[in-house]
Design a protein around this ligand. Sequence first.
Ligand code: ADP
Ligand code: MG
Ligand code: ZN
Length: 617
Amino acid sequence: MKLFSRNIAIAILVLLVIATLYPIATGQLQQKETLALSELVSEIHAGRVKAITISGDDLEIRLVDESVRASKKESEAGLTETLKNYGVTDAELLPIAIAVEGPSGALFWAGAVLPFLLPFVLVIFFFWLISRQVKQANVQAFTFGRSKARVISPDNKKNRITFNDVAGADEAKQELTEIVDFLKSPKKFHAIGARIPKGVLLMGAPGTGKTLLARAVAGEAGVPFFHMSASEFVEMFVGVGASRVRDLFKMAKRSAPAIIFIDEIDAIGRHRGAGLGGGHDEREQTLNQILVELDGFEPHESVIVMAATNRPDVLDPALLRPGRFDRRVVIDLPDLKAREAILAIHGRGKPLAEKVDLHEIAQRTPGFSGADLQNLMNEGAILAARENRKSIEQNDLIVSIEKVMLGPERKSHILSPQEKKISAYHEAGHALVAASLPEADPVHKVSIVSRGRAAGYTLKLPVEDRHLYSKKHFLAELAVALGGYASEEVVFEELTTGASNDLKTATAIARDLVTRYGMSEKVGPVSLDEPHEMVFLGRELGMERTYSEKMAETVDFEVARFMKNAYQTALDILKEKRDALEAIAKHLIEKETIEREEFAKLMGSFGIRATREAGAA
Ligand code: ADP
Ligand code: MG
Ligand code: ZN
């Protein structure tokens, strides 16, 4: 509707311009001095007129001195007659060359026709504008099937993303370089008869840069990039998704070489037939159409389909068959070096203070994804801007780490003195157990300032990126998770609801120990929880159990046993080191937070080594 009113405004403007220009244009464009008829007569009496040209009612008068004047005669009467009426004699007229000229062709016609035609032209123009509007609206209403893909053209230099904008992910980049080569010079590959993969599936946790990497491939190759999220295919009406897929592929083929990118493909690419009670027709049809299009590619078509997912486990096996998404690229969470590089990329164009040490920030952020790191840099910048500083300080970034991890601090959430005391002992319990068990991750910070949904928190970070964890580590983590619960029990001899989240975490760890890692002697080396899930409207409903009742009983028993043992470990530590627990809690009640160094010092005074070097655990 906005566009419509804008068009009316344009039409009115055009009208106004024409209205002002028209008289000027038809005003014969001449700036000649005009004479009244009486003046003309006196000029003739004086013998100064050399020639008169009549065209219509207009007179062009050429004087003896070669200057030109304009005048008009009466419409009905002839010129000589008029002049004679003014008392001009024949003798005076004789030396004057009088010529009659039809008004010049085009101008005459324009003058005659335009005044009638112009309104018509304007009206038609106006209706055309309106009808165009209506047509556009119709197009939107009747083209469900049209793919809504966004296209990034290679000419769009401003939005161009290359591998330089993607830090880390070296292996992924290396694999994708081959695709880039192919898109750049498809002939070279065809000539030698090489079969190029049609589909590339990017797999990785959310925020690891899958979308970014796909765009970078298009940017490197300089080909059009057709981008669509899988959920956008699916509309309310059955069949729309399939026709969108068809359109998208048609469009891409027309501008080959090109890349089609289907983001979050798990939205439609889930296991077929896993739904409850049908209702998946649309999704299935869309998926089928994608498969059909993939199979229908001719090798010479130079269109590569890329897709991204963070749930490769739920994808329909048909998608992964050879000839479809057979090239799989895994993107891991960034390691230390990559994190530093990503921070550097997102620090571009931001004024960083001299003392900023991105390496330290990278060290403090294991487990962060690229998106988290980008967010971190941004939060740092916001913090600096809010305090009207010209550059971002190291401290801004450190504060932002926690903000990204836990959500913003909620200083307004005021705890009653009793609640504060309970929170302090609770967190102190976590921290003390963590400090006492060498296999647990070291404590970075303890706080009772509520953050996001947590009332308080004990921040522990692994010393280094780790891929393998020992059973001892899990048992230690389990005890730490129950440390808060145990502390409340030891100190207050009753429990609050504050520990419910801890129990959930702890139970999850214990279950994993038993069913996924084979770390329970009773159950033995089996993996019990196959991801054999039932799906309903894209949501997991529950795991289908693939083992016997008896085994389930054993599992439950083992989980409970691990929990009890861990709880006992925590209780023992807290009882034995009650003085240290009191010290931490007291500090928390006073200052609300303890940082790593301070915590280590405090623990040192009780003979507990809270810090650990990399590689120790
Ligand atoms: P995904 O699609 O895997 O969920 P995105 O590609 O959307 O993740 O990444 C989100 C943002 O995080 C990107 O726009 C980018 O700014 C940042 N990012 C992620 N990974 C990287 C990386 N390796 N290098 C630079 N920036 C990254
Ligand atoms: Mg994405
Ligand atoms: Zn807790």
